[in-house]
Design a protein around this ligand. Structure first.
Ligand code: AMP
Length: 114
C-alpha cells in the first residue's frame, strides 16, 4: 500500500509545521486551516481511521487526547477553549486515511457542524 501524506510527514519525506512530538504522536498545523489555530494530531503507528483501531491498540486514543491537552497548554488555548474532532469515513468527511484528531481554536466555532 502506498504511504498516505501523513506517513510521509512522519517519515520526514514531506515537510510540515510541527508543533509537538512524542514517542507515539506527531502534531502539526493543517495546511488548509479552518480556524486561526488548526492542528492535526496523528499517531505514528498507522491506523486508517477511528473505526479501524483494534482493541490492542486502544491506548492510542488516550495518547491522542493527552497530546491534544499538552498542545492546548503549549498554545495557551485552555481559557478561550478549543474543539477536538475526528472525521471517520465518507459521512464523517474523512479525506486522509490515517487516524487524526483535529484541534481547532482561535474563533467561536458554530454548532452543529456542517
Ligand atoms: P480529514 O478531512 O478529517 O481527513 O482531514 C485531513 C486534513 O489533512 C485536512 O484538514 C487537510 O487540510 C489536511 N492536510 C492534507 N494534507 C496536508 C499536509 N500536507 N499538511 C498538513 N495538513 C494536511
Amino acid at each position: 500500500m502506498a504511504k498516505t501524506i501523513f506517513e510521509r510527514i512522519i517519515d520526514r519525506e514531506v515537510s510540515a509545521d510541527i508543533v509537538y512530538e512524542d514517542e507515539h504522536i506527531l502534531a502539526f498545523r493543517d495546511i488548509a486551516p479552518q480556524a486561526p489555530v488548526h492542528i492535526l494530531l496523528i499517531p505514528k503507528k498507522h491506523h486508517a481511521r477511528h473505526a479501524a483501531v483494534p482493541p490492542e491498540d486502544h491506548p492510542v486514543f488516550s495518547q491522542l487526547f493527552a497530546a491534544a491537552q499538552r498542545v492546548s497548554r503549549q498554545l495557551q488555548l485552555e481559557k478561550n477553549g478549543y474543539r477536538l474532532v475526528i472525521n471517520n469515513g465518507p459521512d464523517g468527511g474523512e479525506t486522509v486515511p490515517h487516524l487524526h484528531l483535529h484541534l481547532l481554536a482561535g474563533r467561536h466555532l458554530g454548532w452543529p457542524p456542517g
